[in-house]
Design a protein around this ligand. Sequence first.
Ligand code: AMP
Length: 450
Amino acid sequence: MTFQDLNLNTPLYNALHDLGYTTPTPIQAEAFNVVASGKDMVGIAQTGTGKTFAYMLPILKNLPFSKQETPRVLVLVPTRELVVQVVEEIEKLSKYINNRVLGVYGGTNINTQKQAIAEGVDILVATPGRLYDLALSRVLQLKSIQKLVIDEVDVMLDLGFRHQLINIFDILPEKRQNIMFSATMTQDVDLLINDFFKSPERVSIAVSGTPLENIAQQRYKVPNFYTKVNLLIHLLHDTETFNKVLIFVAYKKMADRLFENLDEHFKEELCVIHSNKTQNYRLRSIEQFRNGDNRILVATDVMARGLDIDNVSHVINFDTPEYPENYMHRIGRTGRAERKGEALIFSTGKEEEAIEKIESLMKMTIPVMDFLEEVEISNELIEEERPQVKERNNPTKRKDEDAPGPAFHEKSEKNSKENLGGSYKFKIAAKYKKPKTRGDKNYNKRNKRK
Ligand code: AMP
């Protein structure tokens, strides 16, 4: 397939010619007709796959010249770096098109941006917070937005932008096309899509289900979180074999919890990255892991996505990814550059279904290892593993009991039908270190008595 097959126009062909691009990347080829048709779309693609052009080619092809001042296309991205990068890409493609592209992001003078907006914009690229502030100030009118692109939805949600996004949806015209891109499918992404969009078409470049031959895979069946911790600690004590270990978990609360449990055993050798850590902290962790100062890195799927680290001896899937593609991405972090790598996966009974999905994608079975006798089996359960009281007629309750997020757990605890009486308040107070309910004046007194 060549760009000629996409039926673009001369200005776009000329721009592509100048760039030296002749063939659409797979995501560009897949997404073009869907975006051009005006349907809502969710594209699963990572950075580097050409995803920016995947949505911009059809958008630019169909965006007529206009003198109107209010923007018609809005692209939301999670970071200011990405604003800059996306604006650059759009400008490259727009070399022979008379359009106005503007990038806005937080942390810089808002007045300069207001002036730029007042001069008229066709395509606005923005981070959610700054976009919302500009819209509230009324300098920015969103009434003409016809197309909304949300890039890196997974990172966006992981950084806690869900509410910002929902606020923005509220002030956008209802009749618009929604185009979303995410590198990883996560429960958060699925929830957002199901809550706000009407069956968007899914476009993904097939993740190869064929794992590299030089990655050896093994599986341990483990009953619960704490037994997984015991097994992990046991394995990690073999520092010679496990010399550069990347451990994956699905969400940040789990990353923190695992980090705390490993910390006492592997203090100096351990680091963690997830989106609640500052950029500096994350960069430092990655650097320490990369150069070998730290032997063990705990990471979430979303944060580890862009990692480019060589010589990882083991990838350990501390949990079983619900989306089999994520498993392929995870294990691909080892066995790079012809070296041998090992991938282990720990799975509980509840995760058996996810294992089946992975195995059917790969068309192979992951060999199950005998459980090691030396490893203690724990009966202690974490909050998510304890039986939940089933309720009827609660439409707001999330279906997945394993889902991440403190708000969810707080709610499910509150909603459970046990009579928790006063002791519940007390438990919550202890957890949050300050009275949760007004009138719980005795909290401090009680605490002192302890
Ligand atoms: P992205 O995934 O959008 O960040 O794009 C990654 C890089 O690939 C960018 O530098 C693009 O300019 C480049 N690129 C996009 N489309 C193509 C193409 N069809 N052929 C070659 N390079 C491309």
